[in-house]
Design a protein around this ligand. Structure first.
Ligand code: ARG
Length: 462
C-alpha cells in the first residue's frame, strides 16, 4: 500500500477497505492528464516564486521520464498505489528526492482529479466529434449517389408517401449534425480550469490561476473554488449527448435490421459486418446493428447512474464522486466503437433500389398524389380522397398497384381519369414535384446537400 496520507492514523487500513477505496484500476487512464496538469502546476509555482527553477526543472524531467517509462512498459502502474496521483508522486519522489515532495504544494487531489476529468472529457469530446464527422461524410456520399433511388417513406411503419434513399438518410444527417452541435456547446462549458481551487477553499499560496489555465489551453479558471471541486455537470452533459447519439444510432440500426430482413430486402449487409448461426446454415445476421441498438442501454445506464450519484450530494467534494469515472469511460469507449463500426457497416452495405421502388409502388405511396391529380381536374379534395380510397380497395382485390390498372378500370371509379394519370402518379413525378425546402425532390435535395457539404468542410474548432 502506497498512499499520500497516514500521519494522523494509528492503524493500518483494512485490506478490503483499501481495495474498496482505491481507484487506480481505472484512474490509471489519467496518466497523461495528471502529468500534463502537474507540469503546468509546477511551472506556475516557479513563476510565482513558490518553488525554485531547479526544483521545477527536476519535477518536469522526473514526470517526463515516468511518462516514457510507462509508455515503453518499463514501469507498470500497479494496485500497490491508491490512485494515479499517488503513483506519480511516489515514483517522482523515488526518482528526484525532496524536490518531488513539493509538487503537491497548493494543490489537493480534489482539484487535481477535477482537472484530470475535465482534460479527459475535453479530449474525448473532440474524439467523438471526429467519429461523427466520418459518419456524416459517409451518409452524405450515400445521399449523393441515391438522389433517384425511390423508396416508400413510412409513418406508423406503414408505407406513406414516396421518398428517396437520399432523403431518408438525410434525416439521420440532421440528427448527427445536432449531436455535433451539442458536443461543441458542452466543450465551451468544460473548458475552464479548476486547478488552484485546492480542497475547496483555494489556498494561501500566491497561485496564478489564469496562468495555469492558459498553459493548459483553457478559456480561463473556474470562478468558485467550491464549485470547481464539486461540479460534474459537464460529465452528465457529455453522457446525455452520448445517450442521444446512441438513441439516433439505435433508430438507424433498427431500420437497417428491418431493411435487411427477408421481407424487405432493401439492403444487404456485407459479409464482413454479418455473422452466421451455429445451427441454421442459411442465416446471415445483422449482429453489428443489433449490438449497437443493444449497447444503447449501457450508455443510458451511465447517464442515469451519474445523475443518481450526484443527486443530493452536499458541497463540496465527496468520495461518491469517484464513481464518475468507470461508467463514463465505458460510455465513451462504447459510443466511439459503435459510431466507427456503424460507419463501416453502412459504407459496405449494398442497396437494392429495385426492391425499394417495388415496395413503394405496391404500397400505394402515390395515393395522395392520385387524389391531388383528381383535385387538379376539379374534383373537391374530400371527394377525391373517397374515390382513391375505393380505388385502393379495388387494387387490393386485384393485387395490383394503382398504375397497373387500365384506364377503363380507373374510369369505372371516376370518369375524370385520363391517360396522363400514369405519368402524374409515377414515383419519379411524385418525388420530383416535392420541392419545398427539406423535401425529397431533386432540386430541393441538391440544395440541402450543398449546404451540408459546406458544413462538413469546416471544423468546429475554427
Ligand atoms: N480518487 C479520487 C476521485 O476519483 C480522487 C480524489 C480524492 N480526494 C480525496 N479527498 N480523497 O474522486
Amino acid at each position: 500500500m502506497a498512499q499520500l496520507w497516514g500521519g494522523r492514523f494509528t492503524k493500518q487500513t483494512d485490506d478490503m477497505v483499501y481495495a474498496f477505496n482505491a481507484s487506480i484500476s481505472f484512474d490509471k487512464r489519467f496518466l497523461e492528464q495528471d502529468i500534463t496538469g502537474s507540469i503546468a502546476h509546477v511551472v506556475m509555482l516557479e513563476k510565482q516564486g513558490v518553488i525554485t527553477l531547479q526544483e521545477k526543472d527536476d519535477i518536469v524531467k522526473g514526470l517526463t521520464a515516468i511518462r516514457e517509462d510507462v509508455q515503453s512498459g518499463r514501469l507498470e502502474i500497479t494496485s500497490e498505489y491508491e490512485d494515479i496521483h499517488s503513483f506519480l508522486e511516489a515514483n517522482l519522489i523515488q526518482r528526484i528526492g525532496d524536490a518531488g515532495k513539493k509538487m503537491h504544494t497548493g494543490r489537493s487531489r480534489n482539484d487535481q482529479v477535477a482537472l484530470d476529468m475535465r482534460l479527459y472529457v475535453r479530449e474525448e469530446l473532440l474524439a467523438v466529434d471526429g467519429c461523427l464527422k466520418q459518419l456524416l461524410t459517409e451518409i452524405l456520399r450515400i445521399q449523393k449517389e441515391n438522389l433517384d433511388t425511390y423508396m416508400p417513406g413510412f409513418t406508423h411503419l406503414q408505407k406513406a408517401q414516396p421518398i428517396t434513399l437520399a432523403h431518408h438518410f438525410g434525416a439521420y444527417f440532421e440528427m448527427f449534425k445536432r449531436d455535433r452541435l451539442r458536443l461543441k456547446d458542452i466543450y465551451h462549458r468544460v473548458n475552464y480550469c479548476p486547478l488552484g481551487a485546492g480542497a475547496l477553499a483555494g489556498t494561501t499560496y500566491p497561485l496564478d490561476r489564469y496562468y495555469t489555465a492558459s498553459l493548459l489551453g483553457f478559456e480561463g479558471p473556474t470562478l468558485n473554488s467550491i464549485d470547481s471541486v464539486s461540479d460534474r455537470d459537464y460529465v452528465i452533459e457529455f453522457l446525455s449527448a452520448l445517450s442521444m447519439i446512441m438513441m439516433h444510432l439505435s433508430r438507424f440500426s433498427e431500420e437497417i435490421i428491418i431493411w435487411n430482413s427477408n421481407e424487405y430486402r432493401f439492403v444487404e449487409i456485407d459479409d464482413a459486418y454479418s455473422t452466421g448461426s451455429s445451427i441454421m446454415p442459411q442465416k446471415k445476421n445483422p449482429d453489428i446493428a443489433e449490438l449497437v441498438r443493444g449497447k444503447t442501454g449501457r450508455v443510458y445506464g451511465a447517464l442515469i447512474g451519474m445523475l443518481t450519484t450526484m443527486k443530493a450530494l452536499p458541497l463540496a467534494y465527496n468520495k461518491d464522486m469517484q464513481e464518475d469515472k468507470e461508467g463514463t469511460f465505458d460510455a465513451i469507449d462504447t459510443v466511439k466503437d459503435c459510431i466507427v463500426l456503424f460507419t463501416g457497416m453502412i459504407a459496405t452495405m449494398k442497396f437494392r433500389p429495385e426492391n425499394m421502388a417495388r415496395s413503394a409502388m405496391r404500397g400505394f405511396t402515390n395515393a395522395t398524389d392520385a387524389a391531388d391529380y383528381l383535385v387538379k381536374k376539379g374534383v373537391p379534395f374530400r371527394d377525391a380522397h373517397g374515390i382513391i380510397g375505393r380505388l385502393v380497395l379495388t387494387c387490393i382485390e386485384k393485387e395490383k398497384a394503382i398504375e397497373e390498372l387500365t384506364l377503363a378500370e380507373l374510369k369505372e371509379l371516376s370518369p375524370v381519369f385520363e391517360a396522363d394519370v400514369y405519368d402524374e402518379i409515377s414515383l419519379k413525378t411524385c418525388v420530383g414535384k416535392r420541392l419545398t425546402v427539406g423535401a425529397p425532390g431533386r432540386a430541393a435535395m441538391e440544395d440541402v446537400i450543398k449546404q451540408n457539404e459546406a458544413y462538413l468542410s469546416v471544423d468546429w474548432q475554427q
